[in-house]
Write a protein that binds this ligand. Structure first.
Ligand code: 5GP
Ligand code: MN
Length: 329
């Protein structure tokens, strides 16, 4: 059986990619793997389905990113590594273009069930807090020293997926890695400022308007916010991350689940669920074809917003009932 190490050592030209709208974990893990493969003497290109968001552009001072453009050929590659997701369907229109070249597909991921994804070879641990933490493990296993740029990528992965060390996945490995990364020179507060303190002037208004779209349901256990195309368009123009509404809603006493529904330009609805307490939101979105973790999961729903809203509310209600009950108010 080929080990993941053999896969990395045995191929020469790699293409690294991840899910649409790459987040901090996905991008940070790509940065770290890019530098690992370069240290092993490989040719590596990061090609994502979407451009790197403005708040992440500080990564480009040490790591080159590109995204797939329909009118431009892809760089040459023999092996593809999917990071922070395990299905080619999550890479949008890029997926079929990758398949055409018949590369070896590998997966590095920490989502539930990722060993059953599209990789013929996997490096998966669903107990890991972030994909970046898995790439850190690979450095150690291959005995490659961690360069500063990779340390910054891994730090970004950790803070992205643990909510700056606040979520229940912020375990001992996370704090031990963070300590080592800071010792290696990573400046956490500079990364924080780069990510969150360069917001467009309209972003405070956008946050207020997005929060206004929420309602409480199921006896105050579900907070659900629906953002229509008009608001999403305004958010896109201001490069505003609408996920900012999740935390204030999650802070309300009595809340078990927060649902954020965003209307996309292609008519689909992107639904993000966050749990507090015992509800398993990964199990809820799995019934609609999505995935993620027990306390943070997502899915793209091919139905109008009102139908998606009703379906999510019903599914959350079922799950609460199964856990011991609530009555619709
Ligand atoms: P978010 O709600 O922030 O998009 O995602 C929460 C978690 O669920 C992340 O770990 C993300 O990778 C995962 N996730 C989001 N959308 C999907 C989806 O459509 N399919 C799968 N399998 N996982 C998703
Ligand atoms: Mn992740």
């Amino acid at each position: 059986m080929t080990t993941f190490h053999d896969f990395l050592r045995g191929n020469q030209r790699f293409l690294l990619t991840g899910h649409e709208n790459p987040d901090g974990d996905c991008l940070g893990a790509e940065v770290a793997l890019w530098h690992l493969l370069r240290a092993l003497g490989k040719t590596v290109n990061i090609v994502n389905p979407d451009p790197i968001g403005r708040s992440f552009d500080f990564l480009q001072r040490h790591t080159p990113f590109s995204h797939a453009r329909p009118d431009e050929p892809l760089p040459d590659f023999d092996a593809v590594v999917l990071l922070d997701c395990c299905q080619l369907s999550r890479t949008g229109l890029l997926g079929p273009r990758l398949v055409q070249k018949k590369p070896t597909f590998a997966v590095i991921d920490h989502h539930v069930g990722s060993e059953r994804g599209d990789g013929s070879i996997c490096y998966v641990d669903s107990t890991a807090a972030a994909t970046g933490a898995l790439v850190r493990r690979l450095y150690r296993e291959l005995d490659v020293p961690l360069p500063m740029a990779a340390a910054e990528g891994i730090f970004l992965s950790l803070v992205a997926d643990t909510g700056w060390f606040r979520y229940s996945n912020a375990d001992q490995e996370v704090f031990a890695m963070a300590s080592e990364l800071v010792a290696a020179g990573v400046d956490g507060s500079r990364i924080y400022d780069a990510l969150y303190r360069r917001n467009h002037p309209d972003s405070a208004g956008l946050l207020a308007d997005a929060l206004h779209r929420h309602r409480l349901a199921l006896g105050g256990k579900l907070a659900i916010a629906c953002l229509d195309k008009a608001l999403m368009d305004r958010a896109a123009r201001a490069d505003f991350d609408t996920d900012a509404v999740l935390d204030p809603l999650r802070s309300l006493e009595g809340i078990e689940v927060v649902a954020l529904l965003k209307e996309r330009f292609d008519g689909t609805v992107k639904c993000s669920l966050r749990a507090r307490g015992d509800v398993d939101v990964q199990a809820i979105v799995a019934t609609f074809g999505g995935g993620g973790h027990k306390k943070a999961a997502g899915v793209t729903m091919r139905m109008p917003m009102a139908a998606a809203e009703a379906a999510i509310e019903a599914a959350v209600q079922q799950s609460l009932l199964a856990l011991g009950g609530t009555k619709r108010t």
